[in-house]
Design a protein around this ligand. Structure first.
Ligand code: ADP
Ligand code: MG
Length: 399
């Protein structure tokens, strides 16, 4: 789960980490009020969306020369103007995709006189089973570009959670940022605080870009992105409350209500599968046959008619879907029960695109008969390869 920048900064502040002062705002009036509570004379108005690259982003509704989603304002009037231009409009950044994201919240924060921008992030490194801390002197820009063009400017420090954060880890971070004197000390302390917050809140990723040194030689977190391990959210009610469903894919939110694991993808073949492994294999075989999956969808072990219907509806809401492939292994579930569910669901949703079903497992024969006798144009397939070939061909035929 992701949260907004202003929420992430609240959490960091609770851990004693220095962030510029600021307030969230939902309206132009609130933005003005927020600015009045800050000392000025420089304010920054920042679009709050779950995507980075806001500064260089463009608003769909504004002309191409208009400023992006991070705006410096020299007065309260300029704050008001920036808020008016941003709220309700759609910001497109390198991370939002072409459709962009509507800006419904702003963060009005203190302007900082920046001397240097650094990069610092923490993430769970699955390969080593440790926490990786990544530091670079090249902050404020796209870290992927830095990694590609100047990989020597990125240092990775791994911390074994069994051992915990040691002073040498802090020194390594400060050294990687090429800091000396007092800022070096600040960086060591900050690295330890970030590591502790990361662990305590069960984060998956914590990125600070940029971490800045201001003209008074203070290190400050200027921008941050945080994501959390969804399986651990029950331990952090305060974080769970920060969830902003308007930022999430509506289909994914609906799917989670039915306990379906659904992830939207870019292709045209909707997939309904039980078991994550089978779902992955199904997507691979669709690609092998020259088409692309429109989604990952695992209906789970105990798929009921209700669940199957919900899954169908979610898949069909995606206008890109031109055909559906159902691939179910009847293990705990019996194939005839599944077939009944599919027929019922197909009728309920008035299925308008080709449907190929591959069933395997207990009572498979009975299941196939139910599909055949349903009167619906359901194409039955024998195995995974056959199923993928058939759905790709059906979609081509329909086009
Ligand atoms: P994003 O990464 O989404 O573009 P950032 O918060 O990193 O958004 O802002 C982009 C750039 O805007 C920063 O690299 C920094 O140069 C500038 N900036 C952001 N916040 C402030 C601030 N409070 N004071 C001064 N400059 C800022
Ligand atoms: Mg940033």
């Amino acid at each position: 789960m992701n949260i907004h920048e202003y929420q992430a900064k609240e959490l960091l502040a609770e851990h004693g980490i220095a962030v510029p002062k600021g307030h969230a705002a939902l309206t132009v009036e609130e933005a003005v009020e927020a600015a009045k509570q800050l000392p000025g004379p420089l304010y920054v108005v920042k679009a709050q969306i779950h995507a980075g690259g806001r500064g260089k982003g463009k608003f769909k509704e504004l002309d191409a020369n208009a400023k992006g989603g991070v705006r410096l304002a020299q007065s309260i009037d300029e704050v008001e103007e920036a808020a008016r231009e941003m709220l309700g409009n759609t910001l497109v950044t390198v991370q939002t995709g072409d459709e962009g994201k509507q800006v419904n919240r702003l963060y009005v924060t203190d302007g900082v006189d920046i001397a240097h921008e650094y990069y610092l992030s923490l993430l769970v490194d699955r390969a080593s089973g440790k926490v990786a801390m990544i530091a670079s002197t090249e902050g404020g820009m796209d870290i992927e570009d830095v990694a590609h063009n100047t990989p020597e400017k990125i240092t990775t420090i791994t911390i074994d959670p069994a051992q915990g954060f040691m002073p040498h880890h802090g020194r390594a971070v400060a050294f990687a940022l090429k800091l000396t004197g007092d800022t070096n000390k600040q960086a060591q302390k900050l690295a330890k605080q970030l590591y502790e917050a990361f662990l305590q809140l069960d984060m998956e990723m914590l990125e600070i870009n940029p971490l800045v040194e201001d003209k008074e030689s203070n290190l400050l977190v200027l921008d941050t992105k945080m994501s959390f391990d969804g399986n651990a959210l029950y331990r952090h009610k305060n974080v769970e409350e920060m969830r902003d469903e308007t930022e999430e894919d509506p289909a994914e939110v609906e799917a989670s209500e039915y306990d379906l694991a659904y992830i939207k993808l870019d292709g045209n073949i909707g997939c309904m599968v039980n078991g994550a492994g089978l779902a992955m294999a199904t997507m691979d075989i669709i690609k092998l046959n020259g088409a692309f999956p429109a989604n990952f969808l695992d209906v789970g072990g105990g798929a009921t008619t209700e669940k199957v219907t919900a899954a169908f509806k979610i898949i069909l809401k995606d206008p890109a879907v031109e055909g559906i492939l159902v691939n179910i292994f009847g293990g705990i579930m019996k194939c005839d029960v599944i077939a009944n569910g599919i027929v019922q669901a197909a009728k309920d949703v008035n299925l308008s695109v080709p449907l190929v079903v591959r069933l395997e497992g207990t009572n498979v024969q009975a299941g196939k008969e139910i599909l055949e006798n349903s009167g619906l144009p359901i194409v039955s397939a024998d195995d995974l390869g056959d199923a993928a070939k058939k759905i790709v061909a059906e979609v081509k035929k329909a086009a």
